[in-house]
Design a protein around this ligand. Structure first.
Ligand SMILES: [Zn+2]
Length: 211
């Protein structure tokens, strides 16, 4: 076994000990069930760990992660997570969190074939196409990249708002808010991108949203 592999097993033991030292019933209580107020849809990037960024403990955030934090309507994995979070756990917030420097978004800006992932990146490329006029007008490549990351998050929040799961929750008056964030790898801060939707939101505004 590699040192790294041994180390992570050791780390787990230490983590359990630390938790039990604070509360002897820590795991017993967690095993009773979960009632997280939040669903997090984020990027798979190792530098953007959902719980740590927002100071959440186990049990406080339901998580779905994929490359470039996409909400793809035909993705059964995402839909299953969303359905369970909204209809079974009754989360009150869903946050789509992208991040600057996202490799998936960067790849979607180029034409290099990487492999299987090309098929996933097609969805991100669609987002670029929807906003091509605005994005192509930005000459500075870094600036364009950052803007694309932000636009991609906003687009995913809109797609989330359009899912039958969210629409039905709102129709039934369920308390559920959607938010779009972007995380800065350089400084650790998240920025709220101002796409906050709830059952009070006029859906015509969502469909016609320009950014
Ligand atoms: Zn990423």
């Amino acid at each position: 076994m590699t040192d790294f592999y041994k180390k992570i097993i050791e780390n787990n033991k230490k983590w359990v000990e630390n938790k039990l030292a604070i509360s002897p019933d820590y795991f017993k209580n967690l095993a009773e069930g979960q009632n997280p107020p939040l669903l997090w849809i984020g990027c798979s990037d190792s530098r953007v760990p959902a719980n740590e960024i927002i100071g959440a403990e186990p049990g406080e955030v339901f998580v779905h992660r994929n490359i470039a934090n996409m909400v793809v309507h035909s993705d059964m994995n995402m839909l299953s997570v969303l359905d369970y979070a909204v209809n079974a756990l009754k989360v009150k917030h869903v946050i789509v969190c992208g991040h600057y420097g996202c490799g998936g978004v960067k790849a979607a800006m180029g034409n290099t074939s990487i492999g299987i992932i090309d098929n996933w990146i097609r969805h991100i490329k669609d987002t670029y196409r929807f906003h091509q006029h605005e994005l192509d007008a930005i000459e500075d490549e870094k600036e364009r990249f950052n803007k694309f990351v932000e636009i991609n998050v906003k687009e995913q929040v809109m797609d989330l708002a359009k899912t039958s799961i969210v629409q039905n929750a709102w129709k039934n008056g369920q308390e559920l808010s959607l938010h779009g964030w972007v995380y800065g790898l350089n400084d650790g801060y998240v920025t709220d991108l101002g796409v906050n939707f709830s059952c009070d939101t006029d859906l015509d505004d969502v469909y016609q949203l320009k950014f």
